[in-house]
Design a protein around this ligand. Structure first.
Ligand SMILES: [Zn+2]
Length: 347
């Protein structure tokens, strides 16, 4: 049972903790609610506890919403497969004789730009199929636009559940409404699913508790391109949506699974940032394994996120995170939520 006691949420907010996700749409909804005179007090409290980066995200979302649609960058991976970036993340596009297949649909604010980009660069073909890697609004905000136009929407069953019901965001203390029915997945899977689109065979697979609880990979077998959503994060700090079930143990297991599916020549497409070689992905895999081993050991000994930071764990990896405390906070929350899975002896 979720508590909505104010003191509980103040504990979650803390003095230095900030929202673990850059959710332009969530912030946009907050802004709209405040403008309508609803929930304005929680909004002010929330911003008071935000990091400068988070407030920047809110401003960026407001700007996105007021700007006219624009053509976004497109990178061709081969004759049939392209990646639209800046939506705000990546959208993979597969071109077939029948139409287009998208992996993820970008944010709601940028959906008109995605459609314009398709019209300009991809011959305006209809979008027949859309696959979501997970439920986050920066991957599913354009679902309704393409669903209303007739696209079949595929996702893991848990992602469909998240998108079909209102859900609570603890750090901002408000509910995100369900997507309208045309934006909800129409075809779901549990473990794996095979699809054939045009001359391309696709495999959809579950990545258990890697970033949310409904993450999927999409493997374009013939093109040898593997889309992994936020389970690889070469640009932004890796995010663990612990409130939705994502945690470090799930993430490293999922990265193991991705290595099983891929081969040396596979191209990895993350939710944000440049496409990755397998060498890039293996490097991130090693880093996440190290963080898993160190964080799980220290959390098991009762150490806090601040203790782990003070112990210098984030200095042991090659990469510099933008907000190492935020990562460790989310990692700790996820580890506590799964303590029975890492040998914790907690009563
Ligand atoms: Zn995400």
């Amino acid at each position: 049972m979720i508590s909505t006691d104010k003191n509980t949420w103040n504990l979650f907010r803390g003095s230095s903790y900030s929202d673990p996700f850059d959710y332009p749409d969530l912030h946009r909804r907050n802004i709209l609610r405040a403008g309508a005179g609803l929930a304005s007090a929680p909004l002010l409290v929330g911003l008071g506890g935000c990091s400068p980066g988070e407030q920047e995200t809110g401003r960026q979302a407001a700007v996105e919403e007021t700007l006219p649609p624009a053509v976004l960058p497109v990178e061709a991976l081969n004759d049939q497969v392209s990646v639209i970036s800046g939506a705000p993340g990546n959208i993979l596009v597969l071109k077939t004789d029948d139409g287009l297949m998208l992996v993820d649909s970008g944010s709601a604010a940028l959906a008109p730009s995605v459609r314009m980009t398709i019209e300009h660069h991809l011959e305006g073909r209809p979008v027949h199929a859309l696959i979501n890697t997970h439920y986050h609004p920066d991957q599913t905000g354009g679902n309704a636009l393409f669903g209303e136009a007739g696209a079949a929407i595929h996702a893991h069953e848990i992602t469909r559940q998240w998108l079909s019901a209102d859900y609570y965001v603890p750090f901002e203390n408000y509910w995100v409404p369900a997507l309208p029915p045309p934006g909800r997945p129409t075809h779901t899977f549990i473990e794996k699913e095979s699809l054939v689109l045009g001359n391309q065979s696709l495999e959809l697979g579950y990545l258990l508790e890697a970033h949310t609880r409904g993450d999927a990979y999409i493997y374009l077998r013939d093109a040898n391109i593997l889309v992994v959503g936020d389970v690889a994060s070469p640009l932004r700090d890796p995010a663990l949506d612990w409130y939705a079930g994502g945690w470090l143990g799930g993430r490293v297991d999922a990265m193991d699974d991705i290595l099983e599916v891929a081969n040396d020549d596979t191209i990895i497409v993350p939710a944000y940032g440049p496409v990755m070689t397998m060498a890039d992905f293996r490097e991130e895999h090693v880093m996440m394994w190290h963080l898993w081993e160190r964080c799980s050991t220290l959390v098991n000994k009762g150490r806090s996120a601040q203790d782990i930071l003070d112990a210098g764990v984030m200095d042991e990896i090659d990469r510099k995170f933008d907000d190492p405390y935020k990562f460790l906070y989310d990692a700790s929350k996820g580890l506590w939520a799964h303590y029975t899975n890492f040998g914790g002896n907690v009563v």
